[in-house]
Design a protein around this ligand. Structure first.
Ligand code: ADP
Length: 392
């Protein structure tokens, strides 16, 4: 990936600070190299994947504002691979001249799923019906609000939910009450259950000057609320592809994004596109771009935040599938054996993040580029059988 390009504009940004050192930061490595950028990472654990590709690492939690002040003193711009930051705490750094891309206002908006939904509504963009709780209400209030949405419904903790953690599909009042009590009566959204026919996502980049680069919309398939596989491009009508692209443009312009954003959507039986959520960073649904697009989403993020021209987003193959490798248990041996089998697939690109295994943890992914006549579902099923076993 990342062939060298003649950029014309003299780049001023040379050192990029990244808050978060997981696999998303790790996969920025090759893009940074081809753009001649240095990465300085703020992450708590020396074992985190991105430590291996960073010029320098500040070992501190991502919410450690003092550590970010040090990061700022070493970098020209700071970006994010994890949105669970302390936005209010970082604000004084902006006054001192630190450049955060995306900006902190946008980062603050996405931290709360309610604020995301309110923004979509303000923009006139369709999203599922919902009500919200601020947390700590009496159980009767919870149930009265739930009745206005109807069952089944989806309860989501408003903050710090990811990979399906904090998302519960509940069938009735007693399940809802139990789930909410377990959450510690947290602030939540109660959302209509959308009987979608497909889930779609799109990654889009926007530069400082407002230049846009859209990747093709993809289909994502979830198992137990966590992304299992991605098919690119999404097997949907051109009209739906256009709607995804229009949505992406409207959203990132409205948010004044600088960087990369993923937008996750539901496609209903009658071809309505409803926005589920947005992530102001690179995303699982764009991992295929490392192997199947001219410019990966990771290089694109670096281009956008470092004032470089955005790269082309075209597919370099007819289609691609990406399968997530989720942890099966806590044993290294279980995973290494399966990994070896995946590496034996001739056309598969296997990414292994080197994280300690835990059930459900994202440990790696596999991408396979395909010709137009290939059966992507079969290819994905083969990969999944090798990893997850017979009952996938
Ligand atoms: P997270 O932020 O943890 O990824 P999401 O809101 O993306 O949570 O939900 C995870 C998955 O749960 C979605 O991809 C989808 O499969 C399912 N889901 C979420 N909201 C709804 C909904 N309103 N109706 C039906 N399924 C939903």
């Amino acid at each position: 990936m990342g062939q060298a390009r003649d950029d014309n504009t003299p780049p001023t940004v040379q050192r990029v600070g990244v808050i978060g050192g997981g696999q998303l930061a790790w996969m920025m490595g090759p893009g940074a190299k081809s753009l001649g950028l240095e990465l300085v990472i703020q992450t708590p654990d020396p074992e985190d994947p991105a430590v291996a590709i960073a010029q320098h690492t500040i070992l501190a939690p991502i919410t450690d504002v003092d550590a970010t002040a040090v990061l700022a003193s070493q970098c020209d711009v700071i970006t994010f691979e994890n949105e669970f930051i302390d936005c209010a705490g970082l604000q004084p750094l902006v006054k001192q001249g630190t450049m955060f891309r995306p900006g902190l206002e946008l980062m603050a908006l996405v931290l709360d799923k309610l604020h995301q939904r309110q923004f979509f509504q303000q923009m006139g963009l369709p999203n599922p019906r919902y009500v919200f709780l601020d947390g700590g209400e009496a159980p009767e209030v919870l149930l009265a609000k739930a009745e206005t949405v109807g069952f089944p419904l989806v309860m989501k903790t408003r903050r710090l939910g990811y990979d399906g953690y904090g998302t519960f599909v509940v069938a009735d009042r007693s399940q809802l009450t139990a789930a909410w009590q377990t959450s510690g009566r947290a602030p939540v959204l109660l959302e209509e259950f959308v009987p979608f026919k497909q889930e779609l996502a799109i990654v889009v980049a926007r530069s400082v000057s407002g230049e846009l680069a859209l990747y093709p919309a993809v289909e994502t398939q979830q198992v137990n609320q966590i992304c299992r596989r991605v098919v690119a491009p999404a097997p949907v009508s051109p009209a739906v592809m256009d709607r995804m692209a229009t949505l992406a443009r409207t959203l990132v312009n409205g948010l004044d994004l600088v960087g990369v954003m993923a937008i996750e959507c539901f496609l209903t039986e009658d071809d309505q596109v409803l926005i589920n959520e947005i992530a102001p960073r690179t995303h699982n649904s764009g991992h295929y771009s490392l192997d199947a697009c001219v410019t990966s989403q990771f290089e694109q993020q670096l281009r956008a935040i470092s004032d470089r021209p955005l790269g082309p987003t075209d597919l370099t193959c007819d289609q691609a599938v990406m399968v997530n490798l989720l942890g099966l248990d806590a044993s290294d041996a279980t995973h290494q054996e399966r990994l070896a089998n995946l590496k034996a697939i001739p056309q598969a690109q296997v990414y292994w993040y080197g994280k300690s295994p835990r059930p459900g943890r994202k440990l790696g992914h596999v991408t396979q580029c395909l010709r137009a006549d290939a059966d992507s579902a079969r290819v994905a099923a083969t990969i999944e059988r090798l990893w997850y076993g017979a009952e996938t």
